[in-house]
Design a binder for this molecule. Structure first.
Ligand code: AKG
Ligand code: FE2
Length: 295
């Protein structure tokens, strides 16, 4: 299936906002084009491949701590878990968070850190622009999300993913889930497998393949944005199905700063549709979810 297409650089911001609104209500997913990073993507995938090609022993020296670093393919594969390895780069907004990140040494992977840091910030820049359009789409001031701390001190995580080609026993190499944060920018290498389920309550679930669009980001709404919009925008279930082909993807999870309070937006509530959720600190919300999420 083809998703709606949103043009990040369109001068007609109001009509872009209207299209975003429609896409987020109907799909919770859209393609984002003209984001300005078109020429960076091949290089970023090359860097990701360089990292995952390292010997396991070197990657394990950067094993995940504080949600940053490397997670190998689940060794109990066959019993449970997804068939993927990942590397997380955490927020770099202040010196404390910068220190928590783990990086391969310059000797091991020359220039990798500056290259990924630069990619992180460019992606984040596109995400920030998108947030202002999302605010417009919700009839809020353009700088709403910035003002409340959703994007001023970013808590965005960049996740590099590699799904090996070996055939595991499971149909899904990334199991069905919705993203927990506000907004996700996903970039895949074109190997198919990504599917969405527009109606999670329908049984049996109908899974639809998402077509690849070269150069575009695939953007999706996360649970926290669903909550923020009082369920107007949907956080859609998705998964990656096994094709037997090696696959790489990268995702930037745009989560608000932990101190940001997420309260159902007035523009999404009315007498007939009162707020369904109480206000919550983003940090408390994420802690609760992460504690219950397998790696
Ligand atoms: O690899 C993909 O295409 C999807 C990854 C994903 O949904 C996630 O990491 O949350
Ligand atoms: Fe996801």
């Amino acid at each position: 299936m083809e998703l709606p297409i949103i043009d990040l650089s369109s001068p007609d911001r109001l009509s872009t906002a209207i299209s975003i609104r429609q896409a987020c209500i109907e799909y919770g997913f859209f393609y984002l084009v003209n984001h300005g990073l078109e020429n960076e993507l091949v290089k970023a995938f090359d860097e990701s491949k360089r990292f995952f090609s390292l010997p396991l022993e070197d990657k394990m020296k950067l094993a995940r701590k504080e949600f940053r670093g490397y997670t190998p393919v689940n060794p109990t594969l066959g019993l449970q878990g997804d068939s993927k390895e990942s590397y997380y780069i955490g927020p770099m907004a202040d010196s404390t968070s910068v220190r928590l990140n783990q990086w391969p040494s310059q000797e091991l992977l020359g220039n990798w850190r500056p290259s990924m840091e630069s990619f992180y910030w460019k992606l984040f820049g596109a995400g920030k622009k998108l947030f202002s359009l999302i605010a417009l789409s919700l009839n809020m001031e353009e700088d709403f999300f910035e003002k409340v701390g959703a994007v001023d001190r970013p808590s965005a995580f960049l996740r590099l993913l590699r799904y090996p080609s070996e055939m595991g026993p499971h149909q899904e190499i990334c199991s069905a889930h919705s993203d927990t944060g506000a907004l996700t920018l996903l970039i895949t290498d074109g190997v198919p497998g990504l599917q969405i389920c527009k109606d999670k309550l329908k049984a049996p679930r109908l899974w639809e393949d998402v077509s690849y669009m070269e150069g575009a980001f695939i953007v999706n709404i996360g649970d926290l944005m669903e909550r923020w919009t009082n369920c107007l925008y949907r956080s859609t279930m998705h998964r990656v199905k096994r094709t037997g082909k090696e696959r790489y993807s990268m995702a930037l999870f745009l989560d608000p700063h932990p101190d940001c309070v997420v309260e159902c937006l007035q523009s999404c509530c009315s007498e007939s549709c009162p707020p369904r959720f109480t206000p919550i600190r983003s940090g408390d919300y994420m802690d609760e979810i992460l504690a219950n999420t397998p790696v």
